[in-house]
Write a protein that binds this ligand. Structure first.
Ligand code: AHR
Length: 490
């Protein structure tokens, strides 16, 4: 039988703003994420603008990517910025020891990164090297990027083609310092953070938000130790959470061809982030009662077994309707915690993990995840509107999740938007809305759904999963099984 869901909306009240940076993306030097995915070089037969793929740039502009994090991930803590500046044919070739042991030509460096974000209209999140770089190296990179003086470093930037300083929205001091970033204890990291942050100097008004590298999954110790011991030069603490269907890193589960138990396991795992956020935010509420610190989920998304026959270190995976549902569930959770959760980055933008875009030489496909980003863009900088939802569960005694989750917000265009996701792959849901403070009779927008749980777009069939127009009377609002809807209430 269909799920019976009721939602009561207080349209006359407002909650926190949903920071557009919640819709940020992560682009690491990993597999075919940067090389092939973004950068093909000026001499490539693939249509490009100064080396950047035209098709990819246009697709990313269409979903209004607000922010891109670069160069890693684990790669960030072995990246030396001087390798990636100056004439490309003179840049050193390194080995990407984290990801496949492949050659890193450094053709894509600091200038290329900023050119790319400027092309797609996004802000920059640069992640510094704390794990294997020095305080001096990090401080000089910051000066190189941001100084407006006549210093030798700023003039080197000018000589390399960039007169004006680059604008950095966020700067990360290390990545996963508990793991690939140096296997540190949080107590040790705290002192390093304080030291590195001290020497990051920027012109007045140009200081990026500084991000401390925090914990992951159920851990709250990093949030605890960092928020209790870093008292300046920290705007927020980062946190990572990946959705593995099995929760087992040796056998994570497949991207396609899974059964319903894996569908449920994936959604149950992804939904855990709600509790993990609550636990971490409770620590912040205790140590930072004035709410000065933000919480940044700067890596999240699905992580499946590598596709057979491909380099496992490249983390290439297909993307299906299940990923679309995972995306919408996460957005609805992030919106709920929008007071502190002010920035997130899905891992990763192109050809890596839960990607927006997959490429094969000159071909490109948009994934179901991409389409959810497109549908949800009305929530960027929208003001959340309080609501109460009553819904049954989907699942069994062992594992279950809410059958339907939702978001309500007033967009920057003044319109009232409702997002709904039905997590149940078999049953539809009937949604009864009670509106306070606004009159509306219909929901008009878009829906994303498909017949099969693992419906996906391929290079042979690129348009199997894509949004369609949605229009319903509020007196008769129903969500098909396994679907995502974003609609204006009017
Ligand atoms: O996104 C892939 C990797 O996952 C990142 O490099 C690292 O930070 C995390 O472990």
């Amino acid at each position: 039988a269909p799920h019976q869901v009721s939602i009561e909306i207080q349209a006359q009240q407002s909650g926190p703003v949903i920071n557009k940076d919640i819709y940020g993306q992560f682009a690491e030097h990993l597999g075919r994420g940067i090389y092939e995915g973004i950068w093909v070089g000026e001499d490539s037969p693939i249509p490009n603008t100064q080396g950047f793929r035209n098709d990819v740039v246009a697709a990313l502009k269409a979903i209004q990517v607000p922010l891109v994090r670069w160069p890693g991930g684990c790669f960030a803590d072995e990246y030396h910025w001087r390798d990636g500046i100056g004439p490309r044919d003179q840049r050193p070739v390194k080995v990407n020891t984290h990801w496949g042991g492949v050659e890193e030509t450094n053709a894509f460096g600091t200038h290329e990164f900023f050119q790319f974000v400027e092309l797609i209209g996004a802000d920059a999140y640069v992640n510094g090297n704390l794990g294997s770089g020095t305080v001096q190296e990090m401080a000089e990179w910051m000066e190189y990027m941001t100084s407006d003086k006549n210093s030798t470093l700023a003039n080197e930037r000018r000589k390399n083609g960039r007169e004006e300083p680059f604008e950095i929205a966020y700067f990360g001091i290390g990545n996963e310092s508990w793991g690939c970033g140096g296997h540190m204890r949080p107590q040790y990291y705290v002192d390093l953070y304080r030291q590195y942050a001290t020497f990051l100097k920027t012109p007045p008004g140009k200081r990026p938000k500084l991000v401390a590298s925090g914990g992951h999954t159920e851990d709250t110790e990093w949030t605890e130790v960092l928020s209790a011991n870093i008292h300046r030069d920290m705007d927020g603490i980062s946190y990572h959470f990946y959705t593995l269907p099995t929760s087992d890193w040796q056998k994570k589960g497949e991207a396609l061809g899974f059964d319903e138990s894996m569908w449920l396991a994936t959604l149950e795992r992804t939904y855990r982030i709600d509790q993990y956020l609550r636990d971490n935010l409770a620590v912040l509420d205790k140590n930072d009662p004035d709410g000065k610190l933000a919480f940044y989920v700067d890596e999240w998304g699905t992580w499946y077994d590598p596709e057979p026959g491909r380099e496992p270190g490249f983390l290439y995976q297909q993307n299906s309707l299940r990923d679309a549902v995972v995306t919408a569930v996460n957005f609805n959770i992030f919106h709920e915690h929008a007071k502190r959760v002010q920035m997130t980055n899905i891992a990763q933008m192109i050809n890596v993990l839960q990607a927006m875009i997959l490429t094969d030489k000159e071909k490109m496909i948009l994934t179901p995840t991409y389409h959810v980003y497109g549908m949800y863009k009305v929530f960027q900088d929208a003001t959340s509107v309080p609501f109460k939802i009553e819904t049954g569960q989907y699942g069994n005694g062992d594992k279950s999740v809410p059958a339907v989750t939702a978001s309500v917000a007033k967009g920057t265009d003044g319109k009232l938007y409702l997002a709904l996701v039905n997590l149940d792959p078999n049953e539809s849901a009937t949604v009864g809305l009670k509106l306070n403070g606004i009159k509306a009779s219909q929901a008009v927008g878009q829906i994303l759904t498909a017949d099969k749980m693992d419906a996906h777009n391929s290079f042979a069939q690129p348009e199997v999963v894509k949004p369609k127009a949605f229009s319903a009377k509020l007196s008769n609002l129903s969500l098909p099984a396994k679907s995502v809807v974003v609609a204006e209430l009017k």
